[in-house]
Design a protein. Structure first.
Length: 134
């Protein structure tokens, strides 16, 4: 399928496994240049090697989406390598502590919601500054 994305640049968080990896692969098959990140360096290296084996132009960096400095570095390195960003996808996940009372979990989700909702907004804002279209 040709979605008209060939030559575009996509930054994808959580791209070492699951939905993030599947999305990166689908973008790569469309000729999109990939910049991927994840916390797990070993799985990220595996994903990068797989994508490069398929011939996808891939840059990867181990980074934690909850750490602004790591995200800023990833965005800067991606922009330096590819000259800009066209697509941003935040698919990183995190673990929920299993033995938290429901009331605390609800409160923590609101607090975590700031990280989960505000951080992707901040990431997208920074990507837009680089010229990305969201």
């Amino acid at each position: 399928m040709d979605l008209g994305l060939k030559g575009k640049v996509a930054m994808i968080t959580g791209a070492s496994k699951g939905l993030g990896r599947a999305m990166a692969k689908a973008f790569g098959e469309e000729g999109v240049k990939l910049s991927i990140c994840a916390r797990g360096e070993a799985q990220l290296k595996d994903a990068t090697a797989e994508f490069q084996k398929f011939g996808f132009d891939t840059f990867s960096m181990a980074a934690d989406v909850t750490k602004a400095a790591e995200m800023e570095k990833w965005i800067a390195e991606t922009s330096k390598r590819f000259g800009g960003v066209d697509i941003g996808a935040t698919l990183a996940d995190g673990d929920v502590e299993p033995r938290i009372p429901v009331e605390t979990l609800i409160q923590r989700r609101v607090i975590a919601g700031k990280l989960e909702l505000v951080f992707p907004f901040e990431l997208h804002r920074d990507l837009i500054k680089c010229g990305a279209r969201m």
